[in-house]
Design a protein around this ligand. Structure first.
Ligand code: GAL
Length: 450
């Protein structure tokens, strides 16, 4: 069971839930523009209305209160609070102040993500993360948010999933903005993104005494298929943190997290990317490794590994009919929440918070009017039991379900549902799924009773 200070929360992100994309002076984000392009979003949907949370935030907060969460992780949209001349937009700021006040009225702590992918298009047009000025833009934005939300917000996450921003957005190109980087550009963008993070930490510390800060990468841990084999576990650890010039290197862990937590890129980075990586100064590394409070991490799935007869690590194949969600990368691997946090804690030695975890399913309204989602319930239970287990060997401080409600699942569109609350997109109606009540019970009991 988790102790009384353990954070139980849920997470969302601005573009995925807010809607009202043309209201109150909001400017276009890269996701508005991407969604307008034919064929980029699987079901042709976009975030124009989504969960309509910009207008219905009071209802959302009531649902959060009923659920019993102690923290709500949401993101501020850069596009709402700053205009195309890089000037503050008071109407946008007001929205987040109101939301925070509402949350605090119900004793729910706001946990603010500064950047959950909705980069203003006008900044992207100036080069986005390839433009060295991005650090100043992000600094200005962070100054604005932290001063505007003074006295309301004490928990900040700088950047959500750098891997998705850079790998999915600029290598696989399945996410906005969808422009392919060369390797040199990718490495420069990674470095600039990390500098944005460090700069934001500095600003938050200056403006918000007593704050907590972190950044929230994602990863897919290498999970030992045999819990009792120490050599296998060691090799999985090494695999998880390896930094190699190979496909999908921008999707890995240590290339982002080593500089943040350990003050430098892994040794192998300098060997592997020789001639490709940008000039990296001592000052840069100092900025990037500003002390943070937590290791946040988004976890959904992992890969099992075994040792072959020569003790080489080999990835297992999922058997036919393996349990999975209805999005292609979401295999049910509960030990993800054991080995992932264990490995992170071992390497970076800070308390861990799971900033996202959840399940995507074909949820429908049943004949009785309810939305029954036993697979999601089973997923949450299995994962939380593993988290409970690892909390005996690592310092685990919190857990956020992705997500409060179904929302705009990026290039998969509105069709893919991750919520504890169902959204009927025909009329905006919200229906609490069975998993909502299950999570409510889990929170009440401080864990899964099994
Ligand atoms: C994460 C992301 C969220 C959400 C979730 C489910 O990668 O941070 O915004 O979409 O995955 O796919």
């Amino acid at each position: 069971m988790f102790n009384k200070d353990f954070i139980f929360g849920v997470a969302t992100a601005s573009y995925q839930i807010e809607g009202s994309t043309n209201s109150d002076g909001r400017v276009k984000s890269v996701w508005d523009v991407f969604a307008e392009k034919k064929g980029k979003i699987a079901d042709g949907s976009d975030g124009k209305i989504a969960c309509d949370s910009y207008l219905k935030y009071r209802d959302d907060v009531k649902a959060l209160a009923e659920l019993g969460v102690t923290s709500y992780r949401f993101s501020v949209s850069w596009c709402r609070v700053i205009d195309e001349n890089n000037k503050p937009n008071q109407k946008g700021i007001k929205y987040y102040q109101n939301l925070c006040r509402e949350l605090l009225d119900f004793n729910i702590k706001p946990c603010v993500t500064l950047f959950h992918w909705d980069m203003p298009q006008w900044i992207e047009d100036k080069g986005g993360f390839l433009n060295d000025d991005i650090v100043d833009y992000f600094k200005f934005y962070t100054e604005l948010v932290t001063t505007s939300l003074k006295g309301l917000v004490y928990d900040y996450i700088t950047i959500n999933e750098p891997q998705c921003i850079l790998f999915m957005g600029h290598d696989a190109c399945q996410f906005a903005p969808g422009t392919k980087y060369t390797d040199r550009e990718m490495l420069r963008a990674i470095h600039n993104l990390l500098k944005c993070h460090g700069m934001a930490v500095k600003v938050i510390r200056k403006n918000v005494p007593n704050s907590t800060v972190g950044f929230a990468p994602c990863s897919r841990p290498a999970v030992p298929s045999d819990r009792d084999n120490e050599l296998l576990e060691r090799k999985c650890y090494e695999k998880y943190f390896e930094c190699k010039f190979e496909e999908e290197y921008a999707n890995k862990v240590s290339i982002y997290s080593d500089p943040v937590f350990l003050g430098d890129y892994p040794k192998s980075y300098y060997e592997e990317f020789k001639g490709y990586h940008p000039n990296i100064t001592k000052e840069d590394l100092e900025l990037i490794s500003q002390p943070v409070d937590y290791i946040y991490q988004n976890y959904y799935s992992g890969n099992y590994y075994s040792l072959d007869s020569s003790n080489n690590l080999v990835m297992d194949k999922y058997y036919f009919g393996y349990p999975e969600g209805n999005i292609d990368w979401l295999q049910v691997v509960p030990e993800t929440l054991y080995y992932g946090p264990k490995f992170l804690y071992e390497r970076y030695k800070k308390p861990v918070i799971i900033s996202e975890n959840g399940f995507c399913n074909n949820d429908n309204i049943s004949l009785d009017g309810g939305v029954h989602d036993p697979e999601r319930i089973d997923y949450l239970r299995r994962y939380l039991l593993e988290l409970d287990r690892v909390s005996k060997v690592a310092d685990i401080r919190g857990y956020y379900v992705w997500s409060l409600f179904d929302n705009f699942e990026w290039s998969s569109g509105l069709r893919k549902r991750f919520g504890l609350i169902y959204i009927d997109y025909r009329n905006g109606n919200r229906i609490k799924k069975d998993s909502f009540y299950e999570y409510k019970n889990i929170i009440k009991n401080r864990g899964v009773k099994w």
